[in-house]
Design a protein around this ligand. Structure first.
Ligand SMILES: N[C@@H](CCC(=O)N[C@@H](CS)C(=O)NCC(=O)O)C(=O)O
Ligand SMILES: [Zn+2]
Ligand SMILES: [Zn+2]
Length: 191
């Protein structure tokens, strides 16, 4: 049987709703789940194969998106959250009971500072932006995926209409490179 990329990808992508107003995310705890409230739809939703992003059981990829940090609040059981790796650029806040990542926040200077990383599958609501592309695909090999299967993985993404990359998508890589050049004084701060 072909491996599961992610439940939101395996059987085709369901388009989101352009006017979706946001909603709530919950961790997997049966009692006292951590609740995060998002005040709008997410942006740049994508599959990520890197080793750091939270994936559901059995999935090769994470589905992760961003939202401005002022549109995110922890609305229940915040005391269960801990930061998985405080040295990482993205401080991933996970539930200390079930292990689910509720949100990732960037505190250091970074092209994406001000955006929080979230997983919309933690919501019961429908209408969140659908995944737009697959990122860090080759990274699944670093985690033990047999490289002979990687063409099949890329073909599965293509079949559901998602382009595959081994870092982020070109527009996002360009945004990071622009930020880096501006910080180094190689490009003017406003373009
Ligand atoms: N090959 C590496 C890639 C890790 C990586 O660079 N992840 C990207 C996509 S989430 C990133 O921006 N990481 C920043 C961070 O985790 O703080 C791995 O799988 O661990
Ligand atoms: Zn939990
Ligand atoms: Zn990732």
């Amino acid at each position: 049987m072909a491996p599961s990329l992610h439940p939101l990808v395996d059987n085709g992508i369901t388009k989101g709703d352009a006017y979706f107003p946001g909603g709530k995310l919950h961790c997997h705890c049966k009692t006292n789940p951590v609740e995060v409230t998002l005040g709008g739809n997410v942006l740049h939703n994508h599959a990520c194969g890197c080793s750091k992003c939270w994936k559901p059981e059995g999935a090769l990829f994470s589905i992760v998106a961003v939202i401005p940090r002022d549109q995110l609040s922890v609305t229940a059981n915040a005391d269960k959250l801990y930061i998985v790796d405080s040295s990482a650029a993205i401080q991933r806040n996970a539930c200390n009971e079930c292990g689910v990542h509720l949100f990732g926040r960037i505190e250091k200077e970074h092209a994406f500072k001000g955006l929080d990383f979230v997983h919309v599958e933690l919501s019961d609501e429908k209408g969140w932006q659908e995944p737009q592309f697959a990122a860090f695909v080759s990274s699944i090999i670093e985690q033990g995926f047999n490289p002979t299967g990687i063409d099949e993985v890329r073909a599965k993404f293509k079949k559901v209409g998602l382009e595959t990359y081994d870092a982020l998508s070109p527009p996002l890589m360009d945004a990071i490179a622009t930020y880096t050049a501006q910080k180094a004084g190689k490009l003017p701060s406003s373009l």
